[in-house]
Design a protein around this ligand. Structure first.
Ligand SMILES: NC(=O)c1ccc[n+]([C@@H]2O[C@H](COP(=O)([O-])OP(=O)(O)OC[C@H]3O[C@@H](n4cnc5c(N)ncnc54)[C@H](O)[C@@H]3O)[C@@H](O)[C@H]2O)c1
Length: 323
């Protein structure tokens, strides 16, 4: 199949693009490089540098049959500081893409949604039928994009799947040995932050040590980016005209901040210095996904361990060398 990967020069999009190519698909990447890197686009993909608004129609018209839509702004704090930027980038650009798809007649789409749509959960693990009550503009834009997908499925016969990721981690090694990994700037995710402390020797901060969890630190649900990519291939095959399916992607169990630091210590062999500081406002004690629905319907489950995530992220860091 000939597929468009929006945001394919970013972390997750580049890994999924590499997996799609490995599975025999033809891949076109559209990315404005606002947070992506041209050298992250996998060999074998065609690459157009541009925005969804300006370039989606032109790329779609070149024989595209399906879209995997990753392009977005994804920093919670920035979304609180600059909400209009997030509504424009995440909802406005998605609507521009959907309209271009409708005009050209491409009606299959897999969308990157997020755990942030749920906000403060009433219980764990979180299921897809739980209410969406986002606590920041980033999550709200993703709920709105999900709503638009439901409408485009109902009104225009789109076949859509939204995947709600919890904490994505690790790096992916393609068959040619090349690594694809995470290089956000600023980096707000835990595993690359801990690994950066291992490299620089800088003390890392643990936000809150008095949560109602076994070791007092927050628990999150991490999944390996290679597992995540496999879920996208299954979702692509599962898109059906007129339907919009929503699936959580997590492991069903979580790890505490202390457990993550400990695994990173073992993987790097470095003493990672950390200090407990005040809680951050808005952090929940435990955020864990139920992935029972995607397991039952698409046969997917998270197979790779926390150790594999840390080890692969570390291998990616080492392969890139000093920055
Ligand atoms: N990383 C995570 O843990 C996580 C968790 C939940 C959801 N998500 C979602 O997954 C998707 C990918 O996240 P990521 O971590 O790979 O982010 P990323 O910043 O690495 O990748 C996003 C890519 O989209 C591109 N882009 C942004 N706006 C664009 C536009 N208007 N036109 C063209 N290109 C544009 C950027 O240049 C970048 O390459 C996002 O939609 C994000 O909301 C990520």
């Amino acid at each position: 199949m000939r597929v468009l990967v929006t945001g394919g020069a970013g972390y997750i999009g580049s890994v999924v693009a590499a997996q799609l190519i490995a599975a025999g698909h033809e891949v076109a990447v559209l990315d404005d490089l606002s947070t992506g890197y041209p050298d992250a686009v996998p060999a074998g993909a065609t690459f157009v540098k541009g925005t969804l608004r300006d370039c989606a129609a032109e790329v779609l018209a070149d024989g595209i049959e399906a879209v995997l839509h990753f392009a977005a702004k994804a920093l919670v704090g920035e979304s609180v500081a600059e909400p209009a930027k997030y509504w424009s980038a995440n909802l406005g650009s998605t609507l521009a893409l959907l309209e271009a798809m409708r005009e050209i007649g491409v009606r299959t789409i897999v969308f990157s949604s997020t755990a942030a749509v749920y906000g403060e959960p009433e219980h764990t693990p979180i299921t897809e039928t739980d209410p969406t009550r986002p606590t920041n503009p980033y999550g709200a834009t993703k709920v709105a994009a999900d709503t638009a997908l439901t409408e485009f499925a109902r009104l225009y016969g789109f076949g859509a799947v939204s995947l709600r990721y919890f904490n994505v981690a690790g790096a992916h090694q393609a068959a040619d040995g090349r690594w694809f990994g995470e290089r956000h700037n600023p980096e707000t995710h835990l595993i690359p932050t801990v690994l950066a402390s291992a490299t620089t020797g800088r003390r890392m901060q643990v936000f809150g040590g008095d949560y109602d969890t076994p070791d007092g630190t927050c628990i999150r649900d991490y999944i390996h980016v290679t597992d995540l990519a496999e879920a996208h291939l299954r979702a692509l095959a599962a898109c059906r005209p007129g339907g919009h399916r929503i699936y959580n992607l997590g492991s069903g169990t979580g790890y505490s901040v202390r457990e993550v630091i400990e695994v990173c210590r073992e993987v790097t062999g470095s003493d990672i210095c950390s200090e407990v500081v005040a809680r951050r406002p808005g952090d929940s004690a435990v955020l864990v996904a139920s992935s029972a629905r995607i397991q039952a319907e698409l046969g997917w489950h998270a197979a790779r361990s926390l150790r594999a995530m840390a080890a692969d992220a570390w291998a990616f860091t080492q392969a890139r060398g000093p920055r």
